[in-house]
Write a protein that binds this ligand. Structure first.
Ligand code: GLN
Length: 509
């Protein structure tokens, strides 16, 4: 699978999460569009940098080839040079798969997308007409006033696509409500697409329901027959039982995510999906409460009703004091805590402040002048420029057998994905360990701290890496799974003490 993003960035690394949503990190350290996270969760395969292509990557390759003189004096043009490079990168991403799905982002008619549309049009000539299927996603609005579905916007976008030389083979029809047969007749006639090739995708209770709806509509068979592939019937038993579980009525827990990018739901997409997967595993629903970290700086009030606290990754000083306060609150009040990347760094800062008796202890990212920089850039990283000094992608770690995390993973060697610049400062390791901090995992050479925990706490685990990227809807990540288990346990203990004795029931959304 591959996401093609027509905007001019080289990758998603420098994009603002509040505008663009989460940066998803692949095992080989690619900083990509969040759609890759969806792809991995749906197909349960690890993807690589090659699965994320943006115009910046295409242009930069073409321009560097031009500087090397590889075009032998030719004028460099969008067609054929840019379009050829787009096709090359699609073909190279396909590797040895039988079928490659390349999603071109944006809307037909976007200036930036034109070269991409032209490239996929040419693809037909390059790999043979019988080997290409064009699938177009359209939206059909429902007009409540006149009680009718409007197919015109969809017809217009198909017309625009045809103008660019592409006749769609398949239409995926997004709508808020199930679309009626009349609208389908119209779509088939005006867009010139067989009825069997029009897939209805009305809003679903859960995004994980979508593959089941698609299969029910028979589109899998249609694709196989068009591409002349013989395929056995897919076994969707596990997937169906996941969806049944998601839809069932179950008790609910409340997890506070202490965050500063509050304007965009997608900023912590993989974290939210990992939390949900862990909750479903324990037959629970999860209510995720966003807690504005800048408000905690003023008061702990927003933390009082939470069953568990999660501090996700983040960059920069804004709101960090609130995150430190939240980790302290979880530590002191025995509330299950899961820290992810910055969530580990703030937990270290909180504990160090207490142990060292220095409320100014900090990360050098937040205060380069702090006396005790318990999180810092390692000396051999200092002179590397910003992009270069990031620890990105998979790194192996070894677990301490006496830790909570070892119980969760059930093994000593793990591989997890990273995206950070700062590290635990080893000058403080001994002091903090003596005071009760558990170093639950380190890099294989022992030099980099990968997980910290607190003893005598129901669950206080914080990792320097991002476990959320490896969680799957039906296979929650062990740290998320055990975090939620601890929340569930604590909540049932509390409720057995309370008068009504039940965990609050929550209706499915
Ligand atoms: N800002 C911190 C660092 O660069 C944490 C990064 C993160 O949470 N992904 O080390």
């Amino acid at each position: 699978m591959q996401k093609c993003d027509p905007y001019l960035n080289m990758d998603a690394g420098t994009l603002n999460p509040s505008e663009h949503g989460e940066v998803f990190v692949t095992c080989d350290g690619g900083e990509t569009d969040l759609d890759l996270g969806h792809y991995e969760r749906f197909i349960d395969r690890e993807l690589t940098k090659k699965s994320s292509t943006m115009s910046g990557k295409i242009y930069s390759k073409v321009l560097s080839d031009e500087r090397k003189g590889l075009f032998l004096g030719k004028t460099i043009q969008i067609i054929p040079h840019i379009t050829n490079e787009i096709m090359n990168q699609i073909i190279s991403s396909a590797d040895n798969s039988d079928v490659h799905i390349a999603e071109v982002g944006g809307t037909v008619g976007d200036y930036e997308a034109m070269a991409w549309i032209e490239a996929i049009r040419q693809m037909k000539r390059k790999v043979g007409e019988e080997n290409v299927l064009y699938c177009h996603v359209v939206y059909i609005p429902y007009l409540g006033v006149s009680k009718e579905f409007k197919t015109k916007p969809a017809q217009n976008s198909v017309r625009d696509l045809r103008e660019a030389g592409i006749q769609p083979d398949i239409l995926f029809v997004r709508s808020d409500e199930p679309v009626n047969a009349e609208a389908f007749e119209k779509m088939s006639l005006y867009c010139d697409v067989e009825k069997d090739a029009i897939v209805a995708l009305p809003n679903a209770v859960s995004v994980y329901e979508v593959p089941l709806r698609m299969e029910e509509g028979g589109i899998g068979n249609y694709i196989c027959s068009r591409l002349e592939i013989s395929c056995s019937k897919p076994n969707l038993k596990d997937w169906s039982s996941l969806v049944d579980k998601i839809r069932s009525n179950k008790p609910s827990i409340t997890i506070g995510v202490i965050a500063k990018y509050m304007s965009n739901e997608d900023t912590y997409l993989s974290v939210f999906e990992a939390l949900r997967a862990a909750a479903w595993h324990h037959n629970l629903d999860v209510e995720i409460i966003w807690v504005d970290s800048e408000r905690i700086e003023l008061s702990n009030k927003n933390l009082e009703d939470l069953d568990g606290i999660l501090v996700p990754g983040g960059f920069g000083v804004r709101g960090v004091e609130g995150k430190i306060a939240a980790s302290r609150y979880a530590r002191k009040n025995n509330i299950p805590y899961l820290g992810l990347c910055l969530g580990m760094q703030v937990a270290v800062i909180d504990f160090a402040r207490e142990v060292l008796g220095d409320e100014e202890a900090n990360s050098s990212e937040m205060n380069p002048d702090a006396k005790n920089k318990v999180i810092y850039i390692m000396p051999d990283q200092i002179n590397v420029d910003l992009g270069g000094s990031m620890r990105l992608g998979d790194y192996e770690a070894k677990l301490n057998k006496k830790s909570r995390s070892y119980l969760a993973y059930g093994k000593t060697k793990i591989i997890e994905r990273h995206r950070h610049r700062y590290e635990f400062n080893n000058d403080y390791r001994e002091t903090l360990e003596k005071a009760g901090l558990v170093i639950a995992a380190t890099s294989t050479d022992g030099k980099l701290v990968e997980i910290i925990e607190h003893k005598d706490h129901p669950f206080f685990v914080a990792s320097q890496f991002h476990p959320e990227y490896k969680s799957r809807p039906d296979k929650p990540h062990p740290l998320f799974r055990d975090f939620v288990a601890s929340v569930k346990h604590r909540k049932s203990l509390l409720s057995s003490k309370s008068t009504n004795g039940t965990i609050a029931q929550k209706k499915p959304q």
